[in-house]
Design a protein around this ligand. Sequence first.
Ligand code: PLP
Length: 420
Amino acid sequence: MEHRDLSEADPEVHEALENEMERQEKEGLEMIASENFVPKQILQAQGSILTNKYAEGYPGKRYYAGCKYHDEIEDLARDRAREIFGAYHVNVQPHSGSQANFAAYFSVLEAGDKILGPVLSHGGHLTHGHHVNFSGELFDFDTYSINEETERFEKEDIIKAAKEHDPDLIVCGYSAYPRKINFSAFREAANEADAILMCDIAHISGLVAAGEHPSPFPECDIVTTTTHKSIRGARGGMILCKEEYGDQVDKALFPFSQGGPLMHQIAGKAVCFREAMKPEFKDYAKQIKKNTKALAEGLRREDLKMVSGGTDNHLVLVDLREEEVTGKEAEEALEDVNIIVNKNMVPHDPESPRITSGIRIGTPALTTRGMEEDMLEKIGEMIGKVVNSPEDEALKDEVHENVSELLEEFELYENSGVRY
Ligand SMILES: *Cc1c(COP(=O)(O)O)cnc(C)c1O
């Protein structure tokens, strides 16, 4: 076998990677709420020789020989996650958040069982019952809604929906909800229906890990997450649960829904959890929340409305229903000035999911880059100005210039030895 540097062995892939490095560093203020930048030590674990080996099964119970070091690594990941989240049992093998949800549902349900989930345009994920997803196809979903007045999930509404629909499982946790989740309200609702309570903390797991969002335990029975959003780790998923669900969760993941684990990704998760236990990560999570509040302040100054009026976490959802622009147009105008956000449905959205009347804006990635409140407030104002006058080219040139200066000032991987 011949070992060559990627630049020689595959110039096409190499060039695309070089270009992507340039894009991440210089070509956009990354404000997609689900994205982040991982440190070099995580990239190193992911790009490792662990990719060479099959390790079907779990530590101490593998279906292949030679898994001694794989066991060590998976145990490190599991033990660290257990400690961080106060969970009894952890499965770090899901290839993604969606895979984690698939296995979590099937650990306690059969196809056709009833799940109560959020109305999808009120913040839910595809795996919470969308008809184009396995969840909508295989389970019988009913929904609970955001409160018309407060634009939050309120206890009375959840309990009412649980009584009315009598689900086998209730799912909480969202992709576009700017407020704290009230786990005790969901527990009461689950008790009313004698249902299992599952929470999907894909977006907020970094805040939960740092104690900056309440823990889903002990109220929730099963908790799923991604490991690459606010927790800033290797791309993948994870399931955490109470003791009584441990065996079922493991079986539903392997062999029911996956084969061999991606051990290089699991090594990246282990390194991520070590990072997340440090005081510096707690400071990072605190800064995310401060930055998002500052961003909201900047948007408010430009008279933009936000769903629920503001934020308790890492994101805001701008409600454009009363504005001239749609979500799609706002996303495009912002992309013109190198501010990267995504269009998103808002509650009671009159537009289709391809157009929408909202934009979702998050701060985890910019907080990783080192930006603080003064910058985020300024960025909020810039976003507000562009959304209010998307055709004003002089304004857009000026904002574009300001964005380039910020990207220059807050470097990402430069001088860190990271190539890609
Ligand atoms: C991102 C997300 C997921 C899915 O994660 P993938 O790794 O993209 O499959 C699941 N649930 C919620 C709430 C999410 O935001």
